[in-house]
Design a protein around this ligand. Structure first.
Ligand SMILES: C[S@@+](CC[C@H](N)C(=O)[O-])C[C@H]1O[C@@H](n2cnc3c(N)ncnc32)[C@H](O)[C@@H]1O
Length: 227
């Protein structure tokens, strides 16, 4: 199992449903201002945002590097694949990467990814993504939490150093009475300076809004157009 699949297994124990819905509202209101007929959701997770957009009549496609996430999307009747963005066919009016997806990439991967996004955008298309601010990493994300449902026990331990948040997930899943299966892995998230986004040759950063998801100014919404 990859570390992203472990995240997929553990996500429902993190208590992030309200924050996720708040983010979807924000993305929806940004997209409402544009005439979006086709949407690509990169890092689509379980497909919650795609479901919303699809019910509004938008043609949606999702990709995610976790096979478990993609399986859930397909079960929900969504068009999703576990492929890299460069393998996606066609171009889109809008591309989104919701809830920290860009923070999962290191700087080299981020630059490669943003250039691939430009390639998949219609000429007047828009790319919207959110990133954690330095404060969001150092003050909000860092720390520990646990959740015990009886059938599952999750412990999360995150520390932020040298612009990287290392989050160790330990999940115990009950198999039968007194028998648990243990999964453990670490996810690394990377802090990105706004300058990196301003220097991308294929995309123009047209708007940035810092806002509060969990705490004061913990996230920044980035809106790009193709150059
Ligand atoms: C915090 S989750 C957010 C999921 C979804 N966007 C949502 O809002 O519910 C981040 C997702 O990004 C995916 N991911 C991480 N790196 C990725 C990459 N380079 N390309 C595509 N998906 C990626 C993970 O597997 C995970 O599903």
């Amino acid at each position: 199992m990859t570390n992203l699949d472990l995240y997929a297994k553990a996500e429902h124990l993190l208590g992030i449903e309200d924050a996720t819905e708040a983010l979807y509202d924000l993305y929806r209101s940004e997209l409402d201002e544009k005439d979006v007929k086709t949407l690509l959701d990169v890092g689509c997770g379980r497909g919650g945002f795609m479901t919303r957009m699809k019910s509004d009549g938008v043609s949606t496609k999702g990709i995610d590097l976790s096979t478990l996430m993609v399986e859930e999307c397909i079960k929900a009747g969504l068009d999703a694949e576990c492929i890299d963005i460069t393998e996606v066919e066609g171009t889109f009016d809008a591309i989104v990467s919701i809830f920290d997806v860009l923070n999962f990439m290191d700087k080299t991967e981020l630059i490669r990814f943003l250039n691939a996004v430009a390639d998949k955008l219609e000429d007047d298309g828009v790319f919207i993504a959110d990133i954690n601010t330095l404060y969001g990493f150092s003050d909000v994300a860092e720390g520990t939490m646990s959740n015990d449902t009886g059938n599952e026990f999750l412990s999360v331990d995150a520390s932020f150093e040298n612009d990287e948040l290392h989050t160790k997930f330990t999940l115990f899943e009950k198999q039968e009475e007194d028998v648990y299966k243990k999964y453990q892995d670490t996810i690394v998230q990377h802090f990105h300076k706004i300058k990196v986004f301003q220097n991308i040759t294929s995309l123009k950063l047209v708007e940035k809004q810092t806002f509060s998801l969990y705490d004061t100014e913990d996230k920044t919404l980035l809106i790009f157009k193709k150059k």
